[in-house]
Design a protein around this ligand. Structure first.
Ligand code: M6R
Length: 365
C-alpha cells in the first residue's frame, strides 16, 4: 500500500531517511568509522579510469559520482548516457572500471552498454536496486541500493540511495589509492552517517514547499534550475522531475552557463530554482542569483541558514536546509527538489505515479 500517503511517490520520498540508512549500514562500520565494500573483482588501487553509464535520473546520480570520484579519489571519470555510449564505439582504457547505475536493472540501453564494456575487457560494476535483474546478473559485481521496491515512475529513493553507494565507493577508492588521508576519510564518512537524520529534518519542509509549489510553480510555463559543482546534476534532476510529473517545461543549467544563453529567457514569469548549499562555489552561485533577480526572475533558493541569510533579500522564496558537509549536500538537496515537483504535479492534477507516455523500466530502446 501507500502507507497512508496519497501516492507511491510521496511514500517513497518519505521513506528516504530509512532506506538511506539501510543502504549505508550495509557498507559502513560505525565503530571503526570505515567503509567496507564487498570483495571486488578488480584492484581499486590500480584502476586507471572509470566510465559511468546510465539513463535518466540514474545518470544524474552518476554525474554526482563523477564529481566525487575525481575530487576525493583522484580517478579520471568519463560520464555518459547509455543511449549515446552504446552506439559510439567508444575507445576504452585497458583494465578500466565501468559502472552501471540502474534502479530496475532492466533498462535496455544500460544493459547494451554493459555488454559492450564486457567485450572491451572492462570490469563491470552494477549499482542496482532490483537484485534479480539482468544487469545485476550480468555485471561482474554489484553494489546494491537497498531502497526496496520503487513503484512511482519518478525515481526518488532510488536516486538518493544510488548517491549513498557512490559516496561509499568514492571513500573506499580514495582510501585504497592513498588519495584520502585518514582525517578526510573520517570527515566524509562522519558526514554520511548524519544523512538519515538530516534527511528527516529536510522532510519537515514539506508543507512550506507545497505552498511555494502552488503559488509559484503551478502557474509557470517554464522553470529553470541552476547549480554548480555537484549541485549542477541536482539542477538537472530537479528539472527532469518537474517535467515528467507536472508536464511543465523545465531546464537545468550549470549556473555558470547562464551568461552563455539561457539568461535571455529570464523575465518575471520564470521561476528559477537555485540549489546553493554552502560550499566553495556558493559565492559564485550567489552572483548568478543577483543576475537573475536583476532581470526580474523569481529566484527560489534552497540553501542552509548562512546561505539563506545571504540571499533572502534577493530571492522570492528561500528554504533553509540543515548545514551539512558539502560532500553530502547532493543527497539532502535532492529531497526538496522532489517535493517541489510532487506538490506541483498534485496541484495540477496529473497522474503523479504514472505520468503519461512513461514506463517505470524502459526495456525497449
Ligand atoms: O531503472 P533505471 O534506473 O535504469 O531507469 C533509468 C531511467 O529510466 C529513470 O531514472 C527515469 O529517468 C525516471 N523516470 C526519472 O524519474
Amino acid at each position: 500500500g501507500k502507507g497512508g500517503h496519497r501516492h507511491f511517490m510521496a511514500k517513497e520520498i518519505f521513506e528516504q531517511p530509512q532506506v538511506i540508512g539501510d543502504t549505508l549500514s550495509a557498507m559502513f562500520n560505525p565503530t571503526a568509522r570505515t567503509i567496507t565494500l564487498p570483495d571486488l573483482p578488480f584492484d581499486p588501487a590500480t584502476v586507471p579510469r572509470i566510465t559511468m553509464i546510465a539513463c535518466g535520473t540514474a545518470s544524474l546520480a552518476g554525474m554526482v559520482g563523477k564529481y566525487w570520484l575525481e575530487r576525493h579519489a583522484g580517478i579520471p571519470v568519463d560520464w555518459d548516457l547509455a543511449s549515446e555510449f552504446r552506439y559510439r564505439e567508444p575507445v576504452m582504457t585497458e583494465g578500466g572500471l565501468a559502472v552501471f547505475i540502474s534502479q530496475s536493472g532492466e533498462t535496455a540501453d544500460t544493459l547494451a552498454a554493459l555488454r559492450y564494456c564486457k567485450q572491451q575487457g572492462q570490469y563491470c560494476l552494477g549499482i542496482v536496486n532490483a537484485p534479480e535483474s539482468t544487469i545485476a546478473r550480468e555485471a561482474h559485481a554489484v553494489l546494491p541500493t537497498l531502497a526496496g521496491p520503487e513503484i512511482g515512475v519518478a525515481s526518488t529513493k532510488a536516486f538518493t540511495t544510488q548517491l549513498v553507494v557512490l559516496a561509499c565507493l568514492t571513500i573506499a577508492l580514495g582510501k585504497a589509492r592513498g588519495a584520502l588521508d585518514h582525517e578526510t576519510e573520517a570527515r566524509l564518512s562522519g558526514a554520511l552517517t548524519e544523512v538519515p537524520s538530516r534527511a528527516a529534518e529536510v522532510l519537515n519542509h514539506d508543507e512550506r514547499i507545497r505552498a511555494i509549489a502552488e503559488e509559484t510553480f503551478v502557474p509557470a510555463r517554464d522553470v529553470l534550475y541552476l547549480g554548480r559543482g555537484t549541485s549542477y546534476p541536482l539542477a538537472l534532476e530537479g528539472a527532469l522531475k518537474l517535467k515528467e510529473i507536472s508536464y511543465i517545461h523545465a531546464e537545468g543549467y550549470a549556473a555558470g552557463e547562464m551568461k552563455h544563453g539561457p539568461i535571455a529567457l529570464i523575465d518575471e514569469h520564470v521561476p528559477v530554482v537555485v540549489i546553493a548549499p554552502s560550499d566553495d562555489l556558493f559565492e559564485k552561485t550567489a552572483s548568478n542569483v543577483q543576475e537573475v533577480v536583476a532581470r526580474g526572475g523569481k529566484a527560489v533558493v534552497f540553501a542552509d541558514d548562512a546561505g539563506v541569510g545571504r540571499l533572502k533579500d534577493l530571492a522570492l522564496e528561500t528554504i533553509a536546509l540543515p548545514a551539512v558537509d558539502p560532500f553530502v549536500a547532493p543527497i539532502l538537496y535532492a529531497i526538496p527538489v522532489q517535493l517541489l515537483a510532487y506538490h506541483t504535479a498534485v496541484a495540477k492534477g496529473t497522474d503523479v505515479d504514472q505520468p503519461r507516455n512513461l514506463a517505470k523500466a524502459v526495456t525497449v530502446e
